[in-house]
Write a protein that binds this ligand. Sequence first.
Ligand code: FPP
Length: 252
Amino acid sequence: MAESGIRAEVIPRHIAVIMDGNGRWAEQRGLARTQGHQAGVESVRATVRAARELGVAWLTLFAFSSENWNRPKAEVDTLMQLPEAYFETELADAIENGVRIRTIGRRDSLPASVVRTLDEAVRRTRDNTGMNLVFALSYGGRGEIVDAARRLLRDHELGKVDAEALDEKSFAAYLDDPELPDVDLLIRTGSELRVSNFLLWQIAYAEIHVTDVLWPDFGRRQLEDAIRDFQSRERRYGLTSAQVRAGAGERS
Ligand code: FPP
């Protein structure tokens, strides 16, 4: 066991984060909400670094939801500038540390400059074999499932899919990123007890950790708290405790 009290052999493989509370953080300081989002980029930097150093294989961050388009234009404009601000400094770090950048969400609704920035980050890190860092942008879980169904129906029309043979695994191949594994630990900052249309398919068996900490105050220490909380849970996947203790619940 490391000094942090974290067991290295039970690090969640996939951590997903609903980064909430930027607006409240700013309001508490008499700042504009947009300054809260800008402060939130620093937390992204710190959290990505800590997750990588702790050996997390997949980290997915909810950076902009499909519903966020309805916020005031000035706020949307600021949020759309954040990927560029982030990658300006962090792309080199990702390349150096083997981090592979991926994205999920409706790319066609993003401004062309954001798509260019994301494409460059994805392209320049695609051969990396370290942590997968996934940005969910213009993303909604229901929309992702509908898009998957649309792609599936197209393949069905082409005769490539047999309706009777469809199962959860073959359906998941139509999601935005078919390689994205199930979420082990879902973290939500800012204390709200909701999943807000995030990764609805992938969180089926996620352990959920909600913290009062607002996203701009989140970093390595809070990530370690969440992982310790995760490590205290018994994951049952619908089985009984006795079955789990006997090893029946182990998943490959
Ligand atoms: C919700 O907080 C947060 C967002 C809508 C945006 C989250 C984005 C970041 C943290 C930065 C993303 C960084 C990159 C690199 C893309 P809120 O505004 O709803 O907060 P509130 O509930 O306190 O109002």
